[in-house]
Design a protein around this ligand. Structure first.
Ligand code: ATP
Ligand code: MG
Length: 164
């Protein structure tokens, strides 16, 4: 994954240095999925606008129909959860748009733009508040950490498909 660290100024007193470290900016990539409830309602463009308005760049994107095997593997971490079967069934119920988003702190920023998992708890202006149907049919997926982002991006995309 590309990542850029903006070096803090050198030769400053300790407190200044600490402050600059706090402002360190990291360019990250995250995997996003526009889920079947959203593609069904033709919301891809509106959701993409939210990403772009937040400073996230769509550096790869494709519309696919996931197989049950793919969806099952993708959500393997939730295998023991009671909602696993329902989640897999939902994810194969229609096309999804898988995408790589790039930007400063993209993983956290994307989760901010998405809003809380449960749309009833999502902040105003977030994708899930505006578009989600329910806790399961919540319009978008976003990676939750750098290691899962890397794993999830390579699950769907070859390096050559990601174009900055
Ligand atoms: P995502 O992984 O899709 O970005 P998330 O990280 O906010 O969402 P997770 O806890 O990873 O949430 O759950 C994955 C997905 O499983 C949720 O987005 C939602 O579609 C579904 N889900 C989560 N919890 C429940 C639940 N209690 N009942 C039904 N579906 C659920
Ligand atoms: Mg998750």
């Amino acid at each position: 994954m590309d990542s850029m660290i903006v070096a803090p100024h050198s030769g400053m007193p300790g407190t200044q240095l600490e402050m600059n470290f706090m402002e360190t900016k990291v360019v990250e990539r995250t995997l996003s999925i526009i889920k079947p409830d959203a593609t069904r309602r033709n919301l891809t463009g509106k959701i993409n606008s939210k990403f772009e308005e937040a400073g996230l760049r769509i550096v790869a994107q494709k519309r696919i129909r996931m197989s049950a095997e793919q969806a099952g593997t993708f959500y393997e971490v939730h295998k023991e959860r009671p909602f696993y079967a329902e989640l897999v069934e939902f994810m194969v119920s229609g096309p999804v748009v898988v995408q790589v988003l790039e930007g400063e702190n993209a993983i956290a920023k994307n989760r901010e733009v998405m809003g809380a998992t449960n749309p009833e708890e999502a902040d105003p202006g977030t994708i899930r508040k505006e578009f989600a149907v329910s806790l399961t049919e919540n319009s978008v997926h976003g990676s939750d950490a750098t290691d899962t982002a890397e794993k999830e991006i390579s699950f769907f995309f070859a390096a050559l498909e990601i174009v900055v």
